[in-house]
Ligand binder design. Structure first.
Ligand SMILES: Nc1ncnc2c1ncn2[C@@H]1O[C@H](COP(=O)(O)OP(=O)(O)O)[C@@H](O)[C@H]1O
Ligand SMILES: [Mg+2]
Length: 601
């Protein structure tokens, strides 16, 4: 308890040390003084006793010589006037008592007496001293001892008084020193806790505390500047992310119609040269779509708009999806693709982890001319380490850091976008950060590379396997309602659905669609609506109102260029599908067919 107080308080510690030193000094001084006092008092009494004895010795000798006790009484009588005199006794040579005189009636115990024995003698007729016996004089020690006690008490009292004075003085002086230190400590604790809008005290002092205050103020200024810079950077990132998100959203609109028209054009292109050009057009569109998606991914990850959905799932499930996606791609390039079976479960977001591994495997396949691409995993402590190994071209040692930065590509100085965008690893790194995982790469030039990620181990509990993708069936003269405020996209959608054999009602707004549906009699089989419509309205409203009109839960698809949570929440609430723009006619076909087959189940 005391040690805790000492640990926490400088004042307590220094005061205790000062009190200890003062106590020791006072104790030693008091002891020495008392000792001296006792010696002094005893010596005085002894001197007095000697003197008194000597004073009466001759008269007592004469009384003994004359064998007269009365004379002895007269000889000893002056002793009564001496302070502290207790008794006197005269003994013969054989120790027999000749005479005794007491100062008072009470008897002083022997251990409280100071005794002096004096030999008495008398000259005989020849003048030779004749031994007559002894004179014993006793003095009472009590008064002297009492005086010593009083003195000692006084000394101890003064000592205690001094001790209190020392403690009080120390605390007083120390408070003057420690109070500003305590205030500085509080300010520093506040700073450390992130409260940087504080006023630093003691700045005007010229001593060490003043210098400490200046240093703390410098820290505070730095912290304020850092916070401002961080806020600026965050704002800039958010603005950049918003800019990128809206730019890519706005680019998706025309791109969407380009996709649909390119698909629609296919039927009308008959000669080889036209087909060739259409192929180039499609390739260009694919690259543009990829670039837009990657840019949007990066801006969303930078703006921290993505929330991982962490759960336990078996790796085998993820691996089987990956195998399905990449075995044929690898085989087409003449590579062996192997993936190790695993009983392990991980705790992560399966979609994001799949995106990470997908990127790494795509790279492995892309940068390997011959040999194998292998996905391996093993448990390492509380994590599972998943490795993507290849026997490819490898990465120069001096570029191992750079490959993670945006648009950095080792072998594409001419920035040919057909050779990739240089954004895959930048996205991988951001996704790994979002999942709180470590990604690493080791590589040997010309021999191959290993990219690895460490994911937390999970509980082995299976998750539902995804439903197999629906296969497009014949449309059988179905009726589709399309709502989009972009006339070109609407035309593109219309021609695409017509190509699939649909009867189509195309409307530029919800009201137009409702108006035209009211005059008709046929209930639509499917509604495809753009999410953002003019006048702040949304496609969800169009679908809901059309459903109300026919009092039927008609399947609906929302087309959107946004990846924010708003559209997803809206869609989930009304049981709608989302198709991300730009969508190819094949992807739209898959989405529509899946919905229709679900509706017919
Ligand atoms: N497995 C690999 N083997 C060799 N080089 C690789 C591998 N993975 C990535 N790289 C190098 O890192 C660069 C950046 O990769 P990435 O960000 O995915 O962009 P991209 O694949 O579009 O070029 C690549 O251009 C390539 O030079
Ligand atoms: Mg890549």
């Amino acid at each position: 308890m005391l040690m805790k107080v000492f640990d926490r308080s400088l004042v307590a510690r220094i005061t205790a040390s000062a009190a200890l030193v003062a106590t020791m000094l006072i104790c030693v001084s008091v002891a020495m003084l008392v000792h001296l006092d006792i010696r002094q008092a005893k010596a005085t009494l002894a001197g007095k006793a000697d003197l008194s004895g000597q004073m009466v010795a001759d008269a007592v000798s004469a009384a003994v010589w004359n064998l007269s006790p009365e004379e002895a009484a007269v000889a000893l009588d002056p002793l009564r006037a001496v302070d502290d005199f207790a008794k006197a006794a005269v003994y013969g040579t054989r120790g027999e008592l000749f005479f005794m005189m007491k100062a008072g009636a009470h008897t002083v115990p022997d251990d409280a007496l100071l005794t002096r024995i004096i030999e008495i003698s008398h000259p005989d007729r020849q003048g030779r001293p004749q031994k007559l016996g002894t004179l014993r004089v006793d003095f009472d020690l009590h008064p002297t001892l009492d005086a010593i006690k009083r003195n000692a008490l006084f000394l101890v009292g003064s000592g205690l008084f001094f001790l209190v004075l020392v403690v009080w003085g120390t605390v007083y002086v120390l408070r003057g020193i420690t109070a500003p230190i305590v205030r500085m400590t509080d300010v520093m604790s506040d700073l450390a806790a992130g409260e940087i809008d504080i006023v630093v005290p003691n700045r005007h002092r010229a001593d060490e505390i003043g210098r400490m205050a200046h240093a703390v103020q410098t820290f505070q200024h730095n912290a304020v500047e850092l916070r401002n810079a961080k806020e600026c950077a965050e704002k800039a990132i958010a603005t950049k992310a918003r800019f990128l998100a809206s730019a890519s959203h706005d680019l998706r609109q025309p791109l969407q119609s380009l996709f649909l028209f390119a698909d629609g054009l296919e039927r009308h292109v008959v000669d080889r040269e036209g087909s060739q050009k259409l192929l180039h057009l499609r390739r260009g569109l694919d690259v543009m779509k990829e670039l837009l998606n990657a840019l949007l991914d990066i801006s969303r990850l930078d703006a921290e708009a993505e929330e991982p959905d962490i759960k336990d799932f078996p790796l085998s499930l993820l691996f089987s999806q990956i195998e399905g996606s990449y075995r044929t791609v690898a085989a087409a390039k003449g590579l062996t693709f192997s993936i190790t079976g695993s009983e392990l479960a991980v705790r992560s977001d399966p979609t994001l982890l799949r995106r990470i591994l997908g990127n790494l495997i795509e790279n492995a396949i892309q940068y390997t001319r011959a040999g194998t691409v292998c996905v391996d995993c093993r448990s390492v402590g509380p994590s599972v380490r998943i490795e993507v190994q290849d026997t490819g071209i490898g990465i120069p040692r001096n570029q191992m850091e750079d490959i993670w930065t945006e648009f950095h590509q080792v072998g594409n100085p001419e920035r040919d976008r057909n050779k990739g965008l240089g954004l895959g690893l930048a996205i991988v790194q951001r996704l790994a950060k979002l999942l709180d995982c470590r990604v690493e790469a080791v590589s040997a030039l010309g021999r191959g590379s290993i990219f690895s990620i460490e994911v937390p181990l999970g509980q082995t509990s299976a998750i539902a396997r995804p439903e197999p993708a629906p296969i497009a069936g014949p449309t059988g003269g179905r009726y589709a309602v399309l709502v989009d405020d972009d006339a070109i996209v609407l035309m593109g959608l219309q021609s695409t659905l017509r190509d699939w054999g649909y009867e189509v009602l195309a409307a530029g707004s919800t009201d137009q669609a409702l108006e035209r549906l009211r005059t008709g009699i046929r209930e639509p089989d499917i509604i495809v609506a753009d999410y953002r419509l003019r006048g702040g309205r949304v496609g969800t409203e169009a679908i809901v109102k059309i459903r109300e009109l026919f009092d039927s839960n008609i399947p609906g698809v929302l087309l959107t260029g946004e990846t924010g949570p708003e559209c997803a929440a809206d869609a989930a609430m009304h049981g709608l599908s989302i198709a991300q723009k730009p969508i190819s006619s094949r992807q739209l076909n898959v989405a529509v067919e899946r919905l229709l087959s679900e509706a017919s189940d």
